[in-house]
Design a protein around this ligand. Structure first.
Ligand code: PEP
Ligand code: MN
Length: 449
């Protein structure tokens, strides 16, 4: 029996392990009562959906599907509104259309939303002038305002995050069930910008050619194909705030084991992926498909030991490895990891996060990322996987459907001066809708059908 089955697990067994990046709540009984309330609330997703996604991720591991995972770095309570949610859905749908068309593969769509409210931070404290306060850790934990009151961790925020996540899910599900994602009507997901975009012609051509293909298949089938009326959408977030995740970890009738019913596909962030840490302990016991961020300091040996703990049975669809090396380091760091995982016969879904290794600060004080680096990391990732005989099965991106100016470059060649115009993120810089679509197109050009 693999060691990790022999060690007992419970939704709260993580409490005996060192836990990084968790807030210190000032009032333990308020925390316990918020957790109790959460335990009694309905779940956000079901075990059936989770197991269906696991099956699709197993197919992605074999190269039969491609994963598109994307959304905000951090959702905020204030931006839980109709326009932001539907625009983000639109850009993800447009990207997936480009990928389906160009790769000739079904795309698994996973949002970074409906729960992406807790953030790891590189520093516990933030100083402005002569005032030092605890860092903002996401709306689920504390407030972004630079006041001592806002920065106190408040467990009631977990209840609000659960409610906001439920509202987000509800709206996304209704849009999709109501035909918003119908392949017969890609115009429903047109963002106002499409006609002015540098990519407009290429995108409209794809839409027209998909329309032709749909009509052709329906002529053959002799009627409307209803599976083209809707697409599946799954959710993911960094399951960082373990008291929240623990309270959403449930058993369901007629299924063995435990599910995290707050999201379909949670991941462990780079800063909390220690082998002996609380997050690894929590994740090993849930039946969801899970992913881990893999940064440039991880050695092949460390990675293999982590895989042993998180996926002792080498189960299809169970484990995604999201590498986030940076354009500068990927060529030096990734190949040894790919070789080790391949040599040991471990079944994983390799995913490229081309955002988090490419963060820098501008001279005018903005945290940004260069489109050219994001692009280069993705292109190098495809080449490195091809050379290693492994498959890059998906991408993980921070993006928004809004016309923000947070990342430099892209077809409009945004400059440092442009960043001042619409820099809105509370944490990391996101691709705007044009830059996001451009990434989808370059994936197609690089990987091809
Ligand atoms: C993130 O995905 O927002 C994040 C913090 O990533 P990482 O854990 O890879 O640094
Ligand atoms: Mn981020």
């Amino acid at each position: 029996m693999p060691a990790s089955h022999a060690t007992p697990w419970a939704p709260d067994s993580w409490r005996a392990k060192p836990a990084l990046q968790l807030p210190q709540y000032p009032d333990a009984s308020a925390l316990a009562s918020a957790q109790n309330e959460l335990r009694g609330l309905p779940p956000l997703v079901t075990s059936w959906e989770i197991l269906t996604l696991k099956q699709q991720l197993a197919e992605a591991q074999e190269g039969k599907r491609f994963l598109l995972q994307g959304g905000d770095c951090a959702e905020t309570f204030a931006e839980c509104n109709s326009e932001i949610i539907s625009n983000r859905l639109k850009v993800l749908l447009q990207m997936s259309l480009v990928l389906v068309h160009g790769l000739k593969l079904p795309v698994v769509r996973v949002g970074r939303f409906a729960g992406q409210y807790a953030k790891p931070r590189s520093a516990d404290l933030e100083t402005k002038g002569d005032v030092t306060l605890p860092s903002y850790r996401g709306d689920m934990v504390n407030g972004p305002e630079f006041t001592s009151e806002a920065r106190i961790p408040d467990p009631r925020r977990m209840i609000k995050a659960h409610a906001r996540s439920a509202m987000t899910m509800n709206f996304v599900r209704s849009l999709i069930d109501g035909g918003f994602a119908d392949l017969h009507h890609p115009e429903y997901w047109g963002l106002g910008w499409v006609s002015q975009s540098p990519h407009a012609v290429e995108y409209q051509k794809m839409v027209a050619s998909i329309g032709d293909a749909v009509r052709f298949m329906e002529t053959l089938a002799g009627g409307q194909m209803h599976n083209l009326n809707r697409v599946d959408f799954y959710t993911s977030h960094e399951a960082l705030l373990l008291p929240y995740e623990e309270a959403q970890t449930r058993q369901v009738p007629r299924q063995p084991g435990w599910f995290n019913l707050s999201t379909h596909f949670p991941w462990i962030g780079m800063r909390t992926a220690a082998l002996d840490g609380a997050h690894t302990e929590y994740f090993r016991g849930i039946r969801n498909p899970i992913a881990v961020k893999v940064g440039p300091s991880v050695t092949p040996d460390q990675l293999l030991r982590l895989i042993d703990v998180l996926d002792p049975d080498n189960e299809p669809g169970r484990l995604g490895l999201i590498h986030r090396m940076g354009a500068e380091h990927i060529a030096a760091k990734l190949p040894a990891l790919l070789d080790a995982v391949k040599r040991e016969g471990r079944r994983v879904l390799w995913i490229c996060d081309a955002m988090h290794g490419n963060t820098e600060s501008t001279s005018n004080g903005y945290k940004t990322r260069r489109f050219a680096n994001i692009r280069s990391e993705i292109e190098q990732a495809f080449d490195l996987h091809a050379a290693a005989g492994t498959k890059l099965g998906g991408v993980h991106l921070e993006l928004t459907g809004e016309n923000v100016t947070e990342c430099l470059g892209g077809a409009r060649d945004l400059t440092e001066i442009d960043l001042q115009r619409a820099y809105r993120t509370t944490v990391d810089p996101r691709l705007n809708y044009e830059q996001a679509l451009e990434i989808a197109m370059l994936i197609v050009r690089k990987r091809g059908p």
